[in-house]
Design a protein. Structure first.
Length: 309
């Protein structure tokens, strides 16, 4: 029987957080679904954990590949999907109870919708509450169609989404050249074919990890976003964007060089987490400021926070 939903997830060396993620999806009720997991060349205990779940639950489908990154993993996973809808999930995150049922019932109410999303709660690496993001339905589609870098806005998080598989295939799916913002590129192209429908309910919990693209490569993400918006402008004018795709590919190709800056990037990510916790009056903020200094002793703002206590 063809499932209603194909849940697609990529995983790379996330063994320590993986069981909680898998359990949160497989415990979803009253929805027929398959769970497609692309193991992106993991070298930790991830393959063994996935295999144990596959043997216990026939809904789990595992695809293996050499390490190629998130975007190519999602392309592979979505290509294997057979459900009417595709829902995203990230390793280390949690789909809250009844997430799939509520999102499926919601998007079915809007046959012309290109995709739908819910609210997201963000937590620190050790589970500390950081903040929640909820989008407003009244301008969710327009903020993807106006192509302004200062106002463009996608869903509350990449994996908070669900979209018709036929629509995903119609617009061409994820594009691997936009490695640092592959989700924004997809949302903009989807929004050209139908509205982005928003649920304000928080149904997804995302872990802010130090290795995430948004956590480490903010500058590269912004430059990729600029290219995505210009690509959309040209597409709407019937012009080619081949040169933009080459420029986006060049940003991706430089990833090995970007790793040289990891200490600074890690410090900035740790400081961000600490700042969120401090805003919440969480005493654990100081610990993250100290970790930021260990990562990069010249991180001035973390030093000030540690001195102030």
């Amino acid at each position: 029987m063809i499932p209603d939903v194909s849940v697609v997830m990529s995983v790379y060396n996330a063994g320590s957080r993986l069981p909680e993620t898998l359990d949160s999806v497989l415990s979803q009720q009253q929805v027929s679904f398959e769970f497609i997991i692309v193991d992106d060349g993991s070298t930790d205990q991830t393959p063994e954990i996935l295999q144990s779940y596959r043997l216990r639950d026939p809904r789990v489908r595992i695809l293996h590949q050499e390490n190629q990154g998130l975007t190519k993993s999602l392309i592979k996973g979505c290509a294997a999907a057979v459900g009417k809808y595709i829902a995203r999930q990230d390793a280390g995150d949690i789909s809250l109870p009844n997430r799939l049922l509520r999102q499926l019932d919601f998007i079915k109410q809007y046959p012309n919708a290109s995709f739908a999303s819910c609210g997201t709660q963000f937590v620190a690496p050790n589970g500390e509450y950081l903040y929640e993001v909820k989008r407003k339905e009244e301008n969710a589609t327009e903020l993807l169609r106006n192509l302004r870098l200062d106002t463009v806005q996608g869903p509350s998080s990449h994996p908070s989404t669900i979209f018709p598989r036929a629509m995903y295939e119609q617009v061409g799916g994820y594009r691997s050249v936009f490695y640092f913002a592959q989700d924004l590129d997809l949302w903009i192209r989807l929004a050209e074919h139908g509205p982005h429908m928003v649920m304000s309910d928080v149904l997804y919990k995302a872990a802010f990890t130090l290795g995430s693209i948004s956590g480490k490569y903010k500058a590269e993400q912004m430059e990729t976003a600029r290219l995505i918006l210009e690509s959309a402008r040209r597409r709407r004018s019937g012009l080619t964007d081949e040169d933009l795709l080459q420029r986006a590919q060049a940003i991706t190709a430089d990833e090995s060089e970007l790793k040289l800056k990891d200490r600074v990037r890690r410090a900035k990510a740790l400081y961000f987490i600490g700042a969120c916790l401090r805003k919440n009056n969480d005493p654990r903020a100081t610990g993250y400021f100290k970790q930021a200094l260990l990562a990069h002793p010249l991180h001035f703002r973390s030093a000030i926070r540690c001195l102030l206590g």
